[in-house]
Design a protein around this ligand. Structure first.
Ligand SMILES: O=P(O)(O)OC[C@H]1O[C@](O)(CO)[C@@H](O)[C@@H]1O
Length: 529
């Protein structure tokens, strides 16, 4: 789709309309509100008019072919020569890849996970000190963020052992986590697709030594999740507690399989099945719904309208759902590692930016932190609100009503704003003359700021699964339209290589080959150690 940037530029002709005016157009509104499963997605508080939506949908005209190629196992991760089949982890039926039905192996692994999770949860699997009370997942990036986010999100369904997550190579992460743990009743899961990631291997070694201080055979209280099973064997982790996955599952797309083991341990295999089921329903919608009325497609097109067409550099994910506190961090990896790219699949520099900066915090907390900038800063921040109709605390329903009111109030405030005249009228009894004008100027809200809102009845395992799949497919659609590879991550490599070369220099090696700034920092840090 070589002319994509030309068509994106052409879409700029549609900008400049006021959202409040567009909201009077019911036909246009109906096209910007999509429902599927437990979700209603409302994109009508954006400046997309009917003609702009036509143009955006036109951009997505070829996405269906690429989507089908992904679901069917085409090697669409071209720089790594790999298929992209995380959707198979939650699919049913058969799926042939290189002459083999991959669903057989996937369901065998899921059955083994289920049996292991049942044993841990029932106490049939024991540590040296008895039933497992705590699970520590050691992993980073895609081997941490998904299960950490989901176990927090699904707290009300948690009836298994306590789950902890250690990701950072900063010893503080391990030390603070291990403080309250009994090694004799702790299970450690080492989660790493490659089983080479330095942070994870360092933390795993530290955990092993910690356990060896008390437990006779630490390996018996270790499990591993990896694509590199020869490496897990070197660690002495029994194959019965090793859960593998294939290289066609990208790290940041992997929590539907063995990387989701902590979720399964926390909420049980049946709850995990519901989580997969929610994602599967979203997959079916993505595959079956026409482009118009397709929720992931609309979410992607709204994202592109804001980033590529209007040039807004960031987007905020604002869940009014405290248990989704880790969702922004999870989406940062999903979106920015996938689409933070500078060249097309063919290796040509892109004519514009691919993925935006993604950031956020749960509401209402963010309101008391950074919403000032969202409302009055000069650069608009498209906001993606989400809120459930009900919480899990019926006795605290008055809290939940306040939460909903705040969520809707923010999108309304962004839309309506407050004019200078309104601001002046509000304070005319306290100020006059030039001071009234000056004070009023500080109280003006430009308004006409875009937001979308995703609502759902309740944050159940199925709803969470559907929500994550929605965002996965949004990333896919944006990447497919822009002709980039959303499934590699070469941009993380250089820093890893340099960290390896800097290791000996931190130990005191000669840093003459480094730039002067790096040398100065190394020297001063060494002098303070
Ligand atoms: O699971 P692994 O192989 O330890 O990798 C962890 C993370 O590191 C990355 O490769 C990049 O740093 C991510 O893509 C991945 O999720």
């Amino acid at each position: 789709m070589n002319d994509v940037w030309t068509r994106i530029k052409a879409l700029k002709a549609h900008k400049g309309q006021r959202i409040a005016d567009l909201l009077n157009d019911e036909d246009r509104n109906a096209r910007l509100v999509v429902e599927t499963g437990p979700f209603l997605f409302d994109a009508s508080k954006t400046a997309i008019d009917g003609a702009a939506l036509d143009g955006l949908l036109d951009l997505a005209a070829d996405v269906a072919a690429r989507r089908d190629a992904m679901f069917e196992g085409g090697r669409i991760n071209e720089t790594e020569g790999r298929a992209v089949l995380h959707t198979a982890l939650r699919a049913r039926g058969t799926l042939m890849l290189d002459g083999e039905d991959i669903m057989t192996g996937l369901s065998e692994t899921r059955d083994r996970m289920r049996a292991f999770a049942d044993d841990v949860r029932s106490g049939a699997f024991k540590g040296q000190g008895g039933a497992i009370t705590d699970v520590v997942n050691i992993g980073i990036g895609g081997s941490d963020l998904g299960p950490a986010m989901a176990t927090r999100a699904l707290g009300p369904y948690h009836d298994g052992p306590r789950c902890h997550f250690v990701s950072n190579v900063d010893g503080a992460d391990w030390a603070d986590t291990a403080k309250g743990l009994n090694p004799e009743t702790t299970l450690v899961i080492v989660a790493s697709k490659t089983f080479t990631t330095i942070e994870t291997m360092t933390n795993a070694r530290t955990a092993w030594d910690w356990m060896a201080g008390t437990v006779d055979d630490p390996g018996t209280q270790f499990a591993a999740v990896s694509s590199a099973q020869e490496k897990t064997a070197e660690w002495g982790i029994d194959a019965s507690r090793v859960f593998g996955f294939e290289d066609w599952v990208g790290g940041r797309y992997s929590m539907w399989g063995p990387i989701g083991l902590p979720i399964m341990l926390a909420i049980g295999p049946d709850g995990f099945d519901e989580f997969l089921g929610g994602a599967r329903d979203m997959d079916a919608h993505f595959c079956d719904a026409p482009l118009e009325g397709n929720m992931p497609v609309l979410l992607a097109l709204v994202g592109m309208w804001h980033h590529q067409v209007l040039g807004y550099p960031t987007r905020a994910v604002l869940p009014y759902d405290d248990r989704l506190a880790r969702l922004p961090a999870y989406l940062q990896q999903l979106e920015m590692e996938s689409n933070g790219k500078g060249v097309s699949m063919a290796g040509e520099p892109l004519e514009g930016p691919a993925g935006p900066v993604v950031w956020g915090e749960p509401g209402t907390n963010g309101q008391h932190a950074f919403y000032q900038l969202i409302h009055q800063g000069r650069t608009p921040v498209p906001c993606e609100f989400m809120v459930a109709a009900e919480g899990h605390e019926p006795e605290l329903d008055h809290h939940h009503k306040l939460l909903i009111a705040n969520c809707l109030a923010q999108s309304e405030a962004l839309l309506k704003g407050r004019s200078h005249a309104e601001a002046r009228a509000n304070i005319a009894n306290r100020f006059s003359g030039a001071e009234l004008e000056r004070q009023a100027a500080h109280r003006v809200f430009e308004g006409n700021r875009p937001s979308t809102t995703l609502i759902y009845p309740k944050l159940t395992p199925a709803a969470l699964g559907g929500m994550v799949a929605l965002y996965e497919h949004r990333v896919f659609v944006e990447g497919a339209i822009l002709g980039i590879n959303s499934f590699d991550q070469w941009g993380v490599e250089l820093g890893k290589e340099l960290a390896t070369s800097l290791g000996p220099l931190v130990e005191g090696g000669d840093a003459f080959a480094k730039d002067t700034s790096t040398r100065r920092l190394l020297e001063r840090l060494a002098s303070w150690r």
